[in-house]
Write a protein that binds this ligand. Structure first.
Ligand SMILES: O=C(O)C(=O)C[C@]1(C(=O)O)C=C[C@@H](O)C=C1
Length: 396
């Protein structure tokens, strides 16, 4: 049932060296540098917890979230109030002009993973025109940046029409307590970039994000480039090729990355299929108010008991109410990876246990969705609503 996607390739040491060279300066992250995770011991890194009101992230989303994803309220701390409409105890405080300024995205700070020129930055700007984009070293850094009030939103990739799902972000959705407040689809048109004077024939190797390499696999082979190097993001690959003045290595990245890092475009539209779309999620600390007067999606995650027909039964709660499903993805239940099967045989059998991520073509403001989720909760071992948000109906 669940969609199958090619796994992300392991990063090569080159990527690590490269990323380490581009750490951020605290306390105010420059949009040209990538934020690093708070777990880093590097003195140059932005220690997210020390620069802002810290709400400790759960050690693991499933375990600490409890049944149905309920969490304990954040612990109140006695420093200046956070720049949002609720105080830490959940009590309302008066709305200020500053609160209103973010509504069109003008003053919003939006985190994305990668360096300037990454597709994720373009997606962040499509989602929140005029926002201030904040590059982050890893997906996890972007989650933490929102949780710790360093930024207002994060825009992160979830799936690509050629490469499949970005599993890491599905897993992080459970580990963190952010809400999906929107989605944005972006047409991804890859270019082959190299330093001035380098021809395609000189290229022995190409560097890029694993998804981008996967999306261009056939074309790169046809161009005679055999070796691939996976790095953290496409723009980072372009930056590295330019900074190191590599003569035998190109980068797969956007035309904007070519412009930003001074590389030549040797070939355009090199993805294996003309239509190449990545779907990104927009993340915030608080959910938006769901509506029924325009197309909405709802993303949920659940786990089930072992046994015949369990998944069928789970999906039936939506089918019986004529709720369309637009996506289903299964991921290993990391907190409970194995479970014992029913004692039918003398030798105990252990099965993998899964979490199912499902997107519904409906809003949680719709009573059908509310009833379906209530019905699911009657027999599922865990259910959490990740967000209910407007469907992106724009051109990709
Ligand atoms: O490396 C980038 O430029 C990204 O924004 C990341 C990413 C991804 O994770 O899928 C985003 C869009 C493309 O599909 C390729 C790479």
């Amino acid at each position: 049932m669940a969609s199958m996607a090619s796994p992300r390739l392991p990063f090569l040491p080159a990527a690590r060296t490269h990323s380490a060279a581009a750490t951020a300066a605290a306390p105010s992250p420059s949009p040209r540098r990538a934020l690093k995770c708070s777990s880093s011991t590097n003195d140059n890194s932005v220690h997210l917890s020390s620069t802002s009101r810290h709400r400790a992230p759960a050690a693991d989303g499933v375990g600490s979230a409890g049944l149905n994803g309920l969490r304990a309220p954040p612990v109140p701390v006695a420093d200046s109030p956070p720049p949002a409409y609720r105080d830490p105890q959940g009590l309302h405080r008066p709305l200020t002009t500053a609160d209103l300024m973010g509504t069109n995205g003008e003053t919003l700070k939006v985190a994305y993973q990668g360096f300037p020129g990454a597709y994720s930055e373009a997606a962040a700007k499509k989602a929140y025109p005029n926002c201030q984009t904040v590059p982050c070293e890893h997906f996890d850094t972007a989650f933490q940046a929102v949780e710790n009030w360093i930024v207002d939103r994060a825009v992160l990739p979830l799936e690509n029409s050629l490469g499949g799902s970005i599993h890491r972000n599905y897993d992080l959705l459970l580990r963190h307590d952010l809400k999906i407040v929107g989605e944005v689809r972006l047409a991804v048109r890859h270019c082959l970039l190299a330093n001035h004077g380098v021809d395609i024939g000189n290229l022995k190797s190409v560097m890029s994000h694993p998804q981008a390499l996967a999306q261009c696999e056939n074309t790169l082979t046809e161009l005679g480039i055999e070796h691939r190097q996976a790095v953290d993001d496409t723009a980072g690959a372009a930056k590295f090729v330019a900074e190191e003045m590599l003569q035998d290595t190109g980068a797969v990245a956007s035309s904007l990355a070519a412009e930003l890092y001074g590389l030549d475009i040797l070939a355009e539209n090199i993805q294996d299929e003309k239509v190449n779309v990545t779907r990104f999620m927009m993340l915030a600390r608080d959910p938006i108010i769901p509506r029924v007067d325009k197309p909405f999606k709802t993303s949920i995650v659940f786990s089930l008991e072992e046994g015949p027909g369990q998944l069928f039964k789970a999906l039936a709660v939506f089918a019986l109410r004529e709720i369309n499903l637009t996506k289903i993805e299964s991921r290993p239940h990391k907190k409970r990876p194995l479970r014992l099967a029913d004692d039918t045989f003398s030798t105990p059998i252990k099965y993998f246990d899964y979490l199912f991520y499902v997107d519904l073509d409906a809003s949680t403001a719709d009573p059908r969705t509310q009833n379906a989720i209530r019905n699911l909760e009657e027999f599922a071992t865990f259910v959490r609503v990740l967000g209910s948000y407007p469907t992106d109906v724009s051109e990709a």
